[in-house]
Design a protein around this ligand. Structure first.
Ligand code: SF4
Length: 62
């Protein structure tokens, strides 16, 4: 599965980076970014938690 993010929408809350640090990180501007698009099976549920918890619906998985 591949993850994508609309960084323009990011509200800098850090929830995704805290939920799944294997996939998300905060950059120097305080915005979230994706470290790798392909989501390994072992962190799929953590990624789905990040998606559900993102307050601005900036993350999607397909
Ligand atoms: S959860 Fe959403 S708003 Fe919060 S840092 Fe991640 S992308 Fe940005």
């Amino acid at each position: 599965m591949k993850i994508s993010m609309n960084t323009e929408k990011c509200a800098n809350c850090e929830f995704c980076a805290l939920s799944c640090p294997e996939i998300f990180a905060m950059n120097a501007s305080g915005k979230a970014e994706i470290k790798t698009q392909r989501v390994p099976q072992f962190c799929l549920s953590a990624c789905q938690l990040a998606i559900r918890g993102c307050p601005v619906d900036a993350i999607s998985l397909e």
